[in-house]
Design a binder for this molecule. Structure first.
Ligand SMILES: Nc1ncnc2c1ncn2[C@@H]1O[C@H](COP(=O)(O)OP(=O)(O)OP(=O)(O)O)[C@@H](O)[C@H]1O
Ligand SMILES: [Mg+2]
Length: 230
Protein backbone atom coordinates (compact mmCIF):
# COMPACT_ATOMS: atom_id res chain seq x y z
CA UNK A 1 0.00 0.00 0.00
CA UNK A 2 1.42 3.35 -1.00
CA UNK A 3 -0.60 5.38 1.48
CA UNK A 4 -2.26 4.03 4.62
CA UNK A 5 -3.74 6.21 7.33
CA UNK A 6 -5.28 5.02 10.55
CA UNK A 7 -7.51 7.09 12.81
CA UNK A 8 -5.96 10.36 11.74
CA UNK A 9 -7.19 13.33 13.70
CA UNK A 10 -6.35 16.99 13.45
CA UNK A 11 -7.57 19.60 15.85
CA UNK A 12 -6.86 23.30 16.03
CA UNK A 13 -6.81 24.93 19.42
CA UNK A 14 -8.30 28.37 19.01
CA UNK A 15 -8.21 29.35 22.67
CA UNK A 16 -11.85 29.24 23.71
CA UNK A 17 -12.79 26.60 21.15
CA UNK A 18 -11.17 23.58 19.65
CA UNK A 19 -11.87 22.86 15.99
CA UNK A 20 -11.76 19.19 15.05
CA UNK A 21 -10.89 19.26 11.38
CA UNK A 22 -10.32 15.49 11.13
CA UNK A 23 -12.08 13.01 13.41
CA UNK A 24 -10.42 9.69 12.66
CA UNK A 25 -9.64 9.13 9.00
CA UNK A 26 -8.55 5.63 7.96
CA UNK A 27 -7.94 5.11 4.30
CA UNK A 28 -5.66 3.25 1.96
CA UNK A 29 -4.46 4.32 -1.47
CA UNK A 30 -2.63 1.90 -3.75
CA UNK A 31 0.09 2.82 -6.16
CA UNK A 32 -1.34 3.99 -9.47
CA UNK A 33 -4.78 4.93 -8.16
CA UNK A 34 -6.71 7.94 -9.41
CA UNK A 35 -8.79 9.19 -6.52
CA UNK A 36 -11.10 12.15 -6.08
CA UNK A 37 -12.02 13.56 -2.68
CA UNK A 38 -15.29 15.47 -2.47
CA UNK A 39 -17.45 16.88 0.30
CA UNK A 40 -18.82 20.10 1.74
CA UNK A 41 -16.73 23.12 2.55
CA UNK A 42 -15.09 22.70 5.93
CA UNK A 43 -15.33 18.90 5.92
CA UNK A 44 -11.55 18.49 6.21
CA UNK A 45 -10.47 17.76 2.64
CA UNK A 46 -7.61 20.26 2.53
CA UNK A 47 -6.55 19.33 6.04
CA UNK A 48 -6.21 15.70 4.97
CA UNK A 49 -4.41 16.63 1.75
CA UNK A 50 -1.89 18.73 3.66
CA UNK A 51 -1.17 15.80 5.95
CA UNK A 52 -0.95 13.31 3.06
CA UNK A 53 1.35 15.78 1.31
CA UNK A 54 3.63 16.08 4.36
CA UNK A 55 2.88 19.80 4.51
CA UNK A 56 1.31 19.35 7.95
CA UNK A 57 1.20 16.78 10.72
CA UNK A 58 -1.77 15.06 12.36
CA UNK A 59 -2.71 15.52 16.01
CA UNK A 60 -2.97 11.75 16.40
CA UNK A 61 -3.15 8.61 14.34
CA UNK A 62 -0.82 6.92 11.94
CA UNK A 63 0.26 7.73 8.41
CA UNK A 64 2.38 5.16 6.63
CA UNK A 65 3.74 6.46 3.35
CA UNK A 66 5.48 3.96 1.10
CA UNK A 67 6.19 1.70 4.07
CA UNK A 68 7.43 4.33 6.53
CA UNK A 69 5.58 5.91 9.42
CA UNK A 70 5.70 9.64 8.80
CA UNK A 71 3.11 10.98 11.28
CA UNK A 72 5.80 11.81 13.82
CA UNK A 73 8.17 13.57 11.43
CA UNK A 74 8.58 17.32 11.53
CA UNK A 75 10.53 20.12 9.96
CA UNK A 76 13.41 19.02 7.81
CA UNK A 77 12.65 15.31 8.04
CA UNK A 78 9.11 15.88 6.85
CA UNK A 79 10.32 18.19 4.08
CA UNK A 80 12.74 15.55 2.88
CA UNK A 81 9.97 12.95 2.51
CA UNK A 82 7.72 15.50 0.81
CA UNK A 83 10.41 16.49 -1.63
CA UNK A 84 11.20 12.96 -2.61
CA UNK A 85 7.76 11.46 -2.93
CA UNK A 86 5.13 14.14 -3.39
CA UNK A 87 4.12 16.84 -5.83
CA UNK A 88 1.44 19.23 -4.57
CA UNK A 89 -0.79 21.43 -6.71
CA UNK A 90 -2.86 24.17 -5.06
CA UNK A 91 -6.05 25.95 -6.09
CA UNK A 92 -4.30 29.33 -6.06
CA UNK A 93 -1.11 28.04 -7.75
CA UNK A 94 1.18 29.26 -4.91
CA UNK A 95 3.92 30.45 -7.25
CA UNK A 96 6.36 33.03 -5.90
CA UNK A 97 5.48 36.34 -7.59
CA UNK A 98 8.90 37.99 -7.81
CA UNK A 99 10.78 35.27 -9.63
CA UNK A 100 10.35 33.83 -13.11
CA UNK A 101 8.98 30.41 -14.01
CA UNK A 102 12.35 28.72 -14.29
CA UNK A 103 13.25 29.91 -10.79
CA UNK A 104 9.86 28.89 -9.41
CA UNK A 105 10.10 25.42 -10.88
CA UNK A 106 13.76 25.07 -9.81
CA UNK A 107 12.93 25.66 -6.16
CA UNK A 108 12.18 22.06 -5.15
CA UNK A 109 15.55 21.08 -6.63
CA UNK A 110 17.41 23.48 -4.35
CA UNK A 111 16.66 21.15 -1.45
CA UNK A 112 18.46 18.40 -3.32
CA UNK A 113 21.75 19.95 -2.35
CA UNK A 114 24.02 18.30 -4.85
CA UNK A 115 22.64 19.88 -8.00
CA UNK A 116 24.25 23.02 -9.40
CA UNK A 117 22.32 26.08 -10.49
CA UNK A 118 22.71 25.52 -14.23
CA UNK A 119 21.52 21.94 -13.96
CA UNK A 120 18.54 23.01 -11.88
CA UNK A 121 17.56 25.61 -14.47
CA UNK A 122 17.98 23.03 -17.21
CA UNK A 123 15.71 20.52 -15.48
CA UNK A 124 13.13 23.21 -14.70
CA UNK A 125 13.13 24.41 -18.30
CA UNK A 126 12.64 20.89 -19.61
CA UNK A 127 9.70 20.35 -17.28
CA UNK A 128 8.14 23.68 -18.32
CA UNK A 129 8.60 22.77 -21.97
CA UNK A 130 6.85 19.47 -21.41
CA UNK A 131 3.88 21.43 -20.10
CA UNK A 132 3.83 23.73 -23.10
CA UNK A 133 5.48 26.71 -21.41
CA UNK A 134 8.76 26.76 -23.31
CA UNK A 135 7.93 30.25 -24.57
CA UNK A 136 7.31 31.59 -21.05
CA UNK A 137 10.44 30.50 -19.21
CA UNK A 138 11.50 33.98 -18.13
CA UNK A 139 8.03 35.30 -17.44
CA UNK A 140 6.84 36.01 -13.92
CA UNK A 141 3.61 34.43 -12.69
CA UNK A 142 1.56 37.65 -12.97
CA UNK A 143 2.42 37.81 -16.66
CA UNK A 144 0.60 34.53 -17.28
CA UNK A 145 -2.99 33.36 -17.63
CA UNK A 146 -4.54 31.22 -14.89
CA UNK A 147 -4.14 28.06 -16.94
CA UNK A 148 -0.50 28.85 -17.63
CA UNK A 149 0.10 29.50 -13.94
CA UNK A 150 -1.44 26.18 -13.02
CA UNK A 151 0.66 24.41 -15.66
CA UNK A 152 3.75 26.07 -14.18
CA UNK A 153 2.65 24.91 -10.74
CA UNK A 154 2.28 21.37 -12.09
CA UNK A 155 5.78 21.64 -13.56
CA UNK A 156 7.05 22.61 -10.12
CA UNK A 157 5.19 19.68 -8.57
CA UNK A 158 6.78 17.27 -11.05
CA UNK A 159 10.34 18.50 -11.22
CA UNK A 160 11.52 16.14 -8.48
CA UNK A 161 9.82 13.22 -10.24
CA UNK A 162 7.50 12.30 -7.39
CA UNK A 163 5.36 9.20 -7.73
CA UNK A 164 2.40 10.86 -5.98
CA UNK A 165 0.60 13.94 -7.22
CA UNK A 166 -1.82 15.64 -4.82
CA UNK A 167 -4.02 18.42 -6.20
CA UNK A 168 -6.34 20.48 -4.00
CA UNK A 169 -9.04 22.00 -6.23
CA UNK A 170 -6.59 22.49 -9.11
CA UNK A 171 -9.36 23.74 -11.40
CA UNK A 172 -11.14 25.83 -8.76
CA UNK A 173 -9.81 29.16 -10.05
CA UNK A 174 -10.06 28.34 -13.75
CA UNK A 175 -12.78 28.60 -16.37
CA UNK A 176 -14.27 25.35 -17.66
CA UNK A 177 -12.19 25.05 -20.78
CA UNK A 178 -8.92 25.74 -18.98
CA UNK A 179 -9.98 23.38 -16.22
CA UNK A 180 -10.46 20.64 -18.79
CA UNK A 181 -6.96 21.27 -20.12
CA UNK A 182 -5.55 20.87 -16.62
CA UNK A 183 -7.53 17.65 -16.18
CA UNK A 184 -6.14 16.33 -19.48
CA UNK A 185 -2.68 16.90 -18.05
CA UNK A 186 -3.53 15.13 -14.78
CA UNK A 187 -5.09 12.23 -16.73
CA UNK A 188 -1.84 11.92 -18.70
CA UNK A 189 0.26 11.93 -15.54
CA UNK A 190 -1.91 9.18 -14.13
CA UNK A 191 -1.56 7.14 -17.33
CA UNK A 192 2.21 7.47 -17.00
CA UNK A 193 1.89 5.63 -13.70
CA UNK A 194 1.63 8.30 -11.05
CA UNK A 195 -0.77 8.05 -8.16
CA UNK A 196 -3.12 11.01 -8.41
CA UNK A 197 -5.36 12.37 -5.64
CA UNK A 198 -7.51 15.36 -6.42
CA UNK A 199 -9.92 17.38 -4.27
CA UNK A 200 -12.80 18.93 -6.14
CA UNK A 201 -16.32 20.31 -5.77
CA UNK A 202 -16.96 19.66 -9.46
CA UNK A 203 -18.60 16.34 -10.37
CA UNK A 204 -17.19 16.56 -13.91
CA UNK A 205 -13.68 16.83 -12.51
CA UNK A 206 -14.27 13.98 -10.04
CA UNK A 207 -15.50 11.82 -12.91
CA UNK A 208 -11.92 11.59 -14.20
CA UNK A 209 -11.01 9.57 -11.11
CA UNK A 210 -11.57 5.83 -10.66
CA UNK A 211 -12.54 6.11 -7.02
CA UNK A 212 -14.45 8.79 -5.16
CA UNK A 213 -14.16 9.38 -1.43
CA UNK A 214 -16.72 11.69 0.14
CA UNK A 215 -15.89 13.56 3.31
CA UNK A 216 -18.36 14.83 5.88
CA UNK A 217 -17.54 16.49 9.14
CA UNK A 218 -13.90 15.43 9.24
CA UNK A 219 -14.45 11.78 8.35
CA UNK A 220 -14.95 9.52 5.36
CA UNK A 221 -18.68 9.26 4.68
CA UNK A 222 -18.50 7.27 1.45
CA UNK A 223 -15.82 5.48 -0.54
CA UNK A 224 -16.77 4.00 -3.88
CA UNK A 225 -15.45 3.06 -7.28
CA UNK A 226 -16.24 5.25 -10.24
CA UNK A 227 -16.76 2.90 -13.19
CA UNK A 228 -13.87 0.94 -14.62
CA UNK A 229 -10.52 2.33 -15.65
CA UNK A 230 -10.88 4.81 -18.50
N1 LIG B 1 -5.27 26.79 10.47
C1 LIG B 1 -6.50 26.54 10.95
N2 LIG B 1 -6.87 26.99 12.15
C2 LIG B 1 -8.09 26.72 12.64
N3 LIG B 1 -9.03 26.01 12.01
C3 LIG B 1 -8.72 25.56 10.79
C4 LIG B 1 -7.45 25.79 10.20
N4 LIG B 1 -7.43 25.19 8.98
C5 LIG B 1 -8.65 24.62 8.82
N5 LIG B 1 -9.43 24.85 9.91
C6 LIG B 1 -10.80 24.35 10.12
O1 LIG B 1 -10.82 22.96 9.87
C7 LIG B 1 -11.99 22.58 9.19
C8 LIG B 1 -11.64 21.85 7.90
O2 LIG B 1 -11.02 22.76 7.00
P1 LIG B 1 -10.51 22.34 5.57
O3 LIG B 1 -9.77 23.50 5.00
O4 LIG B 1 -9.80 21.05 5.66
O5 LIG B 1 -11.90 22.13 4.80
P2 LIG B 1 -12.16 21.78 3.26
O6 LIG B 1 -12.97 20.54 3.25
O7 LIG B 1 -10.91 21.80 2.51
O8 LIG B 1 -13.10 23.00 2.80
P3 LIG B 1 -13.18 23.78 1.39
O9 LIG B 1 -14.02 22.90 0.50
O10 LIG B 1 -13.90 25.04 1.73
O11 LIG B 1 -11.80 24.01 0.88
C9 LIG B 1 -12.80 23.85 9.00
O12 LIG B 1 -13.75 23.95 10.00
C10 LIG B 1 -11.76 24.94 9.14
O13 LIG B 1 -12.34 26.11 9.61
MG1 LIG C 1 -10.13 23.01 0.99
Amino acid sequence: MLIATRDLTKSYDLGAVEVQALRGVSMEISEGEYLAIMGPSGSGKSTLMHILGCLDTPSSGSYVLDGSEVSGLQGRDLARVRNKKIGFVFQNFNLLPRIDLVSNVSLPLVYHGSMGKAERAQKASEQLERLGLGHRLRHKPNELSGGERQRAAIARALVNKPSILLADEPTGNLDQKTGREIMDILDGLHREGRTVVIVTHDANVADHAHRIVRFEDGAVAEDRGNGGPR
